[in-house]
Design a protein around this ligand. Structure first.
Ligand SMILES: *Cc1c(COP(=O)(O)O)cnc(C)c1O
Length: 398
């Protein structure tokens, strides 16, 4: 990997890292990995939904949430849903994924990506990640597609199983954008639609364009641990008018609009985002840029601290702006990683290893994969460090 040959000038101990983190987040007995940050706006908007009685899936904040997301991301359509997993599920249905199909994705991801694929009865097929972005690697994808698939009538099939490959779901790990333009170009050569899992990368850009807006569809999560949160919520974005309309239709029980009749023309889902959550989302979105700037300052401080040391700090790939949702480092070995996890977590600093790779779960252990060399290396060495917004003065007010 690229960072192996770098100059090691200092050895940093686990004690030094923990004291550094305590300096970054002073006056905390316990430092969480990522805490949400609220101010008076959130209270005001949520209270407004309660006072209006419109707390459920119809209301002005749902419309505003969608409008703000269109404006912010540049996508033509944004559909607010109950969470990021539901956003992925609906997007995969709209991309044309069917039972028995294969969906290309990373083994190095949160399990929601694979769960959404499984809800349809499709199966994930795991491609390795890039060592710098930690997201789906375009050249590994191209190697797999060239060696293991064939195309018939503009449909891509996996050679051994004969199964259709009906989508590719890259994920922008911890907010680091992958080389999404390259990946989309490769997928289109093989007639494979791209659904971007941008759950972790709201506000991150690749060549000045928001992650989530390169593929046919993109999804975001507003879960409590993400960069901004609305308790639970998600967004589907697309530039395709039919898909945008269908996303809204399918997530509202596929009810045919009528003044009073109940008639439904598809199997629909109750996936619409409630107004009370959308209110929280609108307030959080007003502060997104401030939150990202603050998090980027913290990432810089971590970067300086780990510079030229035995521990590698993961910094944003070229041509990107990362939201630095979760900062991460790579230890030299799994033993050193575990010593640090033990020490930090018993000393009031929450740290976590990366997710176990998906092909290690019994549900996905028989899925196809390409060897996953970089994924396995990262899995054994990575630790996420506290990454919450840092209060630079103690009073939060606006
Ligand atoms: C958080 C997350 C999701 C799911 O989002 P929820 O809102 O929790 O359902 C999906 N994919 C990835 C990579 C995530 O990190």
């Amino acid at each position: 990997m690229v960072y192996k040959n770098k100059l090691v000038q200092k050895n940093i101990s686990k004690e030094e890292i923990v004291s550094f983190i305590k300096e970054l987040y002073p006056n905390n007995d316990f430092i969480p990995l990522h805490a949400p940050r609220f101010s008076n706006k959130e209270k005001e908007y949520v209270l407004d939904t309660i006072e209006s009685t419109y707390v459920s899936s119809v209301g002005k904040y749902v419309d505003q949430f969608e409008e703000i997301m269109c404006n912010y991301t540049g996508a033509k359509y944004a559909i607010a849903v109950v969470n990021g997993t539901a956003a992925l599920h609906i997007s995969l249905i709209l991309a044309g994924v069917k039972q028995g199909d294969l969906v290309l994705t990373q083994a190095l991801s949160f399990i929601a990506t694979c769960n959404a694929i499984s809800y349809i009865g499709a199966e994930p097929c795991f491609i390795d990640v890039d060592p710098v972005s930690m997201g789906l690697c375009p050249s590994s994808l191209e190697t797999f597609l060239q060696s293991s698939t064939f195309i018939k009538n503009e449909v891509c099939y996996e050679k051994e199983s004969g199964k259709k490959i009906s989508a590719c779901v890259p994920m922008h790990t911890f907010g680091f954008p992958i080389e999404i333009d390259k990946l989309v170009a490769i997928c289109s050569k093989f007639f494979i639609p791209v659904v971007e899992d941008a759950a972790e990368s709201i506000g991150s850009t690749y060549k000045n364009k928001c992650t989530g807006t390169f593929g046919l569809l993109g999804t975001y999560s507003f879960n409590g641990n993400k960069t901004i949160t609305c308790g639970g919520g998600g967004i589907v974005v697309t530039n395709d008018e039919n898909l945008g309309k269908m996303a809204k239709h399918l997530t509202t029980q596929a009810k045919v609009p009528h003044k009073w009749n109940f008639f439904h023309d598809h199997i629909g889902y109750n996936y619409r985002c409630p107004n009370i959550n959308a209110a929280l989302a609108c307030a959080q979105l007003e502060k997104l840029e401030e939150i990202i700037s603050n998090k980027r300052v913290t990432a810089n401080l971590y970067n300086d601290f780990f510079m030229n040391s035995n521990i590698h700090f993961n910094s944003e790939p070229n041509h990107t702006r990362s939201n630095y949702w979760l900062n991460s480092v790579l230890f030299e070995s799994i033993e050193n990683r575990d010593l640090f996890l033990e020490y930090s977590n018993t000393n009031g600093v929450m740290t976590r290893p990366i997710w176990a790779l998906m092909h290690r779960m019994k549900m996905f252990e028989n899925c196809l994969h390409d060897g996953l060399k970089n994924s396995i290396d990262i899995e054994s060495k990575l630790v996420n460090l506290p990454s919450s917004f840092r209060e630079l003065n103690s009073i939060v007010n606006e």
